[in-house]
Design a protein around this ligand. Structure first.
Ligand SMILES: C[S@@+](CC[C@H](N)C(=O)[O-])C[C@H]1O[C@@H](n2cnc3c(N)ncnc32)[C@H](O)[C@@H]1O
Length: 186
């Protein structure tokens, strides 16, 4: 028996929610790993919307998609995920957040509580039945713990007749390893 790392468990939950033709969002596309993962799952008939505020992340994501022949099914947007409503009003089958800073990038540019919660608010509103939102949370950097508190505050009061919220973490890991919050719509 092996317990999956939170990132892999997030991917497992997302892969259970997505099939060909679905619509997914990568709320923090960074270097594009999750965007490629989502684009493969939704297939030719599906679509992915990917957000990041850093031009470097947008370029890296487009490049990774191009290499994998997936660019045409993804809209990569240089904007905050807090502005998600301006880019789509359709239902989302899966939304992935990977909080914190861009690996190998500027560690001072991090996701912020206010915009993260604004994006979560819209994502939960748009989530289809059976859909899932995954949020990979890091608390080791400055502001990370405060962001986690706001995310938890928002998620823990979602009405239980509409949503189920899961917290998944390996509690004996060193160095503030990331953990997962996942929201599904009933
Ligand atoms: C941990 S990285 C994401 C890693 C990414 N999922 C991957 O597969 O490579 C977090 C990203 O969130 C981005 N970010 C920070 N604030 C944001 C915001 N308001 N809207 C969208 N992206 C944001 C950062 O620029 C950074 O690239």
């Amino acid at each position: 028996m092996v317990f999956q790392k939170p990132l892999l468990f997030a991917r497992e939950l997302v892969s259970r929610s997505l099939e060909t033709g679905c619509c997914a969002v990568d709320a923090t596309c960074g270097n594009g790993h999750d965007t490629v993962f989502l684009a493969e799952l939704v297939g030719r008939d599906g679509s992915v919307l990917a957000f990041d505020i850093q031009p470097q992340a947008i370029a890296a994501t487009r490049q990774r998609l191009a290499v994998n022949g997936l660019l045409e099914r993804v809209r990569v947007v240089e904007a905050s995920h807090a502005e998600m409503a301006a880019y789509s009003q359709t239902a989302f089958d899966a939304v992935m957040f990977n909080l914190g800073y861009l690996p190998h990038g500027d560690h001072a540019i991090v996701t912020e509580p206010e915009s993260t919660v604004a994006a979560l608010h819209f994502a939960t509103k748009q989530l289809s039945k059976g859909g899932v939102i995954t949020i990979l949370v890091y608390t080791g950097h400055e502001g990370g713990r405060e962001e986690w508190e706001k995310v938890r505050e928002f998620s823990s009061v979602l009405p239980q007749q509409l949503f189920t919220v899961l917290e998944y973490r390996l509690i004996n890991q060193k160095n503030n390893s990331p953990f997962l919050l996942a929201i599904t719509r009933l």
